[in-house]
Design a protein around this ligand. Sequence first.
Ligand code: AGP
Length: 614
Amino acid sequence: MCGIVGYIGKRKAYPILIKGLHRLEYRGYDSAGVALINEQGQLNVYKAKGKVSELEAFCESKDIGGMIGIAHTRWATHGEPNTVNAHPHYSESERLAIIHNGIIENYAVLKAGLMEQGYTFKSDTDTEVLVQLVEYTQVNRHVDLKTAVQLALQQVIGAYAIAILDKTHPDTLIAARKGSPLVVGIGEDEYFLASDATPIVEYTDQVIYVEDEEIVALRLGEKVDITTINNVAKTPEIKRLELSLSQLEKGGYPHFMLKEIFEQPRTLTDSMRGRVNVRQDNIALSGFIDNKDRFLNAKRIIITACGTSWHAGLIAMYAIEEFAQIPVEVEYSSEFRYRKPVINKDDVVIAISQSGETADTLAAIQLAKEKGAFIFSICNVVGASIPRVSDSGCYTHVGPEIGVASTKAFTAQVTALTMLALCIGREKGTIDKEQFVSIVRELGQIPAKIERVLGEDKRISDFAKIFSYAQNFIYLGRGYNFPVALEGALKLKEISYIHAEGYPAAEMKHGPIALISQEMPVVVVAPHCGTYEKVVSNIQEIKARKGRVIAVVTEGDELVSKIADYCIEVPATEECLTPLLTVIPLQLLAYHIAVVKGCDVDQPRNLAKSVTVE
Ligand code: AGP
């Protein structure tokens, strides 16, 4: 949540900062702001409620000069989203300006202490407390900015990525991180700073991922200077970025979400490249190969994740238990981290995260690590915090996912987890060769089959027009497709603001059936496998109560097509792979309903792509 950008160099900072904010807008967009030190040494701060474009409009008549600056796009934690609470925040004397991503948990105590010293506060934010504390330390301890930041952070409990400017030192930009991501870009005589690499890729591919509890000083004409909060000097490790600019653009689609849905045939091919070998009927997953014993000796696998990633984890539970015969527990990271779970040394914990920065999942990993479990992560963003703290893992390699609603990351997570389940099962001998080979071959067919499902886009957009009136939706599925029902409901809620519930189809009789009426669209995921006949009975029960059914079925289905109001067909495949196909119409349905309703598809209200606070 919240995006931060910084620049120091020989160019005008403002255009670089604004472009960077646009790239980071997916992280939060309830207000935005920029601070610049101009050629006369003035520190100008401009802020606006709403999106980055509002800030640009506000700055049109302002002095935007300066070759050093910081900028922020906010997702409110403390204080309502308005201009006063927007970042950057000045210090008492307006000598300093700060931007912050995270939460200062002990801000109230610190604030009370500063107020006793005569400090006044304009905003309700925890961030303003931090900048005041830095200035107080500078003044009272007679230290330079970096030391003041260091001493102030020693008193702070919480999570942060911060950047600070001091108008009396226009050649220095100080930043620090603990629990919230921060990347430094190294150009020629210039430095960039951002929450992730997307604002940086345009200028340089040389980056440093700042580690927890590190403070970075970026000074013109000097090398990057990194020390820890406890003043231990660190040697910066420069890495090469694997990201291209074209991946960050819409490429002709009206929304990133639609682009990302349509990218799935390619992204899944990329996810499987070098791993699934259809010619040799084999799967090679290096994260598994290098740690085979941990998986083979595991008494239990615990999967921890949030949101869509949690849904992918639930599908993995079916696959791992079926093929590897290892008991699996799937946990919401936010619950797991606080409920004193029993974790043993021979447990394997699989953490799933698109962003690799989700605070609750990071904390869940930390807890499991302390108990000695082996941590394997499935992540999309290369170099993010979660893969860095894990023992091993597997990148999904789908490229940047910018739409807040996760689509291509989900199918890649399911693919990676299915590959892992198959690898463990093959090694343990709990899946027979014939079934293994058949699934491996079918995995190779999935991108082409998704392409066929995408061909249904026009029909799905027609259904969307019919159903966009609805206030509530129910999504039903069973077995591997129960999590798909949950995911379909989540997609609809997130971007169209229609209330939607996902249920295991058979649970309907235990309560939700009371909701069924003509007004209630019911989306049933009913591919021809497993409990198909039972799901058909559930559809009959809905129809008997005049519910309107949209069914996702296997091509050629004759039974459901006779009773459902609308059917969307997907090609036949192995049961464990059906989610990769059945989720596509649900992604498209949510997308088109949101478009018909005029919603902001890529940046839905109140949401942020990367949830770096708990
Ligand atoms: C998905 O559409 C959501 N925006 C959200 O549930 C997301 O999946 C969740 O916040 C987890 O994020 P992560 O995968 O980056 O950890």
